[in-house]
Ligand binder design. Structure first.
Ligand code: ADP
Ligand code: MG
Ligand code: ZN
Length: 492
């Protein structure tokens, strides 16, 4: 009998906290981290009788923005529903969410995997309000064993966009790439800070196994994955657990399971997730929402090129390596900075090298954003023009860039400060001088040529003569490299 084989099927629900000042249906501030508990609340987000919700237009715009970038179709009439369940983090005992007419449907987004591109279809994007936060007084913050729980409603009503994927991801690695791409996108769009640690980006992972004998196990929804690593571990664990059951001929129970990061297992969860009958019904306090054409078109015009387009462009058109294309498209401002360096006349590959090593290094070291740097794209391009002409060696150019970054001065002034003369010797004339000096000093050159100059004294001597001829207008390592080049050419 053929051994059984399996295929993993994964679909993700990603909740993105929208970067608005105020909540989805009231004017309370959205800041809940670091605020005194239960201070950013009002009758509306506490669900007190007589209060009425009204939709935050900015949240709608941000939702439309993310949806358009994901190539979704926007529903021009969209509706809110009440999702009913009882749990202390939900003051109204229902969450206002969307049901049969979500804000947007049928999108797609590519992910990159070892050089291959895979398109993942997006089922829907809808808006909903967040719940409050429960604080359990146990060492690990978990409910079990707590004598009591505290509740903070500052987060109740904060706007979320839920992005639901089709079940088209086929491994934990693909799931990871998908979440990373969503995070990059929402940061590009400034729709959210996309921070998983602080909970601005939360993932519920659905997973099932298809067996080669035709069985397809039920899907399990995993909650409480609070980092990318946790998501991957949870999906790996579930893969093994489900395959084990199928191998034994058992059925997979369709259920919600809770990831326990400390013990590295998922457990069948009791609690609010078990309340499967949400008794959805239309929110009677909100009208249907007309998403005007002009709003959609204005948002569409404001969209930047998405991260996957930038990455593909760097790889295909610019011919950068896959790793460089990825790292230089990670952040929109950096990608645009690079494009502007090239637009100001610099060679693309050279611009990419400098942005990748020198600019990104400074950003990492200082924690600054690229827009805060004292050197703009034109400034870097003018420096690179000197390097290309050969009037600045690479090393000298790095010193000059340091001065430009520190003092915010133009390249010519920075060169003066660094003691480098503008219009120093070009590569071509350096080659001429080196060839001439080597020719005039045949005895020394012969020793270099045959490798007998073990102490390097003759090389030093020749280098000194060359330096004198060019009046020191090249870096010693460039002169040395040019000597090697001429020797190589002599060897044929
Ligand atoms: P629910 O309300 O039960 O969470 P949703 O429609 O909101 O249902 O989300 C369903 C999620 O489960 C989607 O991300 C979808 O891709 C995923 N999914 C559906 N079927 C499967 C399956 N057989 N295996 C894995 N994931 C699945
Ligand atoms: Mg769901
Ligand atoms: Zn409020």
């Amino acid at each position: 009998m053929m051994p059984l084989s399996f295929e993993t099927v994964i679909g993700l629900e990603v909740h993105v906290q929208l970067a608005t000042e105020s909540k989805l249906f009231c004017s309370c501030p959205t800041a809940y981290i670091g605020s005194e508990p239960n201070t950013n609340v009002c009758p509306a987000c506490l669900g007190l009788p007589g209060s009425l919700p009204s939709l935050n237009r900015r949240a709608l715009e941000l939702g439309v923005k993310a949806a358009l970038a994901l190539n979704c179709s926007i529903n021009c009439m969209t509706k809110f529903h009440r999702k009913n369940y009882f749990y202390p983090d939900l003051p109204k005992a229902f969450q206002v969410s969307q049901y049969d007419v979500p804000l947007a449907v049928s999108g797609s987004m590519p992910i990159f995997l070892e050089g291959k591109v895979k398109n993942i279809n997006i089922t829907r994007l809808h808006l909903e309000e967040d719940a409050g936060k429960l604080i359990h007084e146990t060492a690990d913050g978990r409910l079990s064993g707590a004598a009591f729980s505290l509740v903070d409603y500052n987060r109740a009503g904060v706007p979320l966009a839920e992005i639901v994927s089709e079940p088209e991801l086929s491994s934990p690695e693909e799931a990871r790439e998908y979440v990373l791409m969503i995070r990059r996108l929402v940061r590009y769009l400034e729709v959210s800070d996309g921070d998983m640690e602080s909970g601005s980006l939360r993932v519920d992972a659905n997973i099932s196994q298809k067996c080669s004998d035709g069985r397809w196990g039920s899907r399990v929804e995993i909650k409480n994955v609070n980092s990318l690593r946790a998501m991957e571990r949870a999906l790996e664990y579930e893969t093994i657990r489900q395959r084990g059951l199928l191998l034994k001929g058992e059925e997979i129970v369709q259920e919600t399971r809770h990831w326990d990061d400390n013990s590295g297992v998922t457990r069948s969860s009791r609690g609010k997730e078990e309340a499967h009958d949400y008794r959805y019904f239309p929110e009677p306090d909100l009208p249907q929402i007309a998403v005007e054409r002009t709003l959609v078109e204005n948002v569409r015009e404001s969209l930047p090129e998405p991260p996957w387009k930038k990455r593909e462009k760097f790889a295909r058109e610019w011919r950068l390596s896959p790793a460089d294309s990825a790292s230089l498209s990670e952040n929109l401002d950096v990608a645009v900075f690079l494009e502007n360096v090239a637009a100001s006349g610099a060679d693309r590959q050279m611009a990419a090298n400098w942005v990748k090593t020198d600019i990104l290094r400074v950003l990492n070291e200082t924690g600054l954003a690229v827009g805060d740097l004292q050197v703009g794209p034109e400034g870097l391009a003018s420096l690179l023009a000197h390097v290309e002409k050969g009037s600045l060696s690479n090393t000298a150019a790095k010193d000059v860039l340091d001065i430009m970054l520190k003092k915010g001065i133009a390249v010519d002034d920075a060169m003066k400060e660094a003691g480098v003369k503008a219009g120093g010797v070009s590569r071509e004339s350096l080659l001429g001088v080196v060839a001439k000096v080597l020719g005039e000093n045949a005895a020394e050159t012969a020793l270099l040529f045959s490798g007998e100059d073990t102490s390097g004294k003759k090389r030093k001597f020749l280098q000194g003569l060359i330096m004198r001829e060019i009046r020191g207008q090249a870096a010693p390592e460039d002169v040395s490299a040019m000597i090697d080049r001429v020797l190589d050419e002599m060897k044929g």
